[in-house]
Write a protein that binds this ligand. Structure first.
Ligand code: SF4
Ligand code: SF4
Length: 71
C-alpha cells in the first residue's frame, strides 16, 4: 500500500549535492544526470529523510491525496 506522503523536489533550487540520494532508504530519489533531484513517487515511502538532509531546502513532503500528483 502506498504511503500517505511523498517527497517532491524543486529542481530549480536543487544544488545537485546528492545528499538526498545517499540518505534515501528506498532508492527513490536520484540526481538526474548530475543536474537535479527527481523523486520516484512510486518507490517513495514518505519517510522525510531526504527533506531533512537537503541543504537547499528544496524537498518538501506532500500528501498523495492532496493534489495533482496523487497516484
Ligand atoms: S521521503 Fe524517504 S523514501 Fe521518499 S524520497 Fe525521501 S528519503 Fe526516499
Ligand atoms: S539534497 Fe537537495 S540540493 Fe542536494 S541533490 Fe537532493 S534535492 Fe538537490
Amino acid at each position: 500500500m502506498a504511503s500517505k506522503r511523498f517527497a517532491k523536489a524543486d529542481r530549480r533550487r536543487c544544488v545537485s549535492c546528492g545528499a538526498c540520494e545517499n540518505e534515501c532508504p528506498k532508492d527513490a530519489v536520484k540526481v538526474w544526470r548530475g543536474c537535479y533531484a527527481v523523486v520516484n513517487e512510486a518507490r517513495c515511502v514518505g519517510c522525510g529523510k531526504c527533506e531533512k538532509v537537503c541543504p537547499a531546502g528544496c524537498i518538501e513532503m506532500r500528501l498523495r491525496e492532496d493534489g495533482e500528483n496523487a497516484k
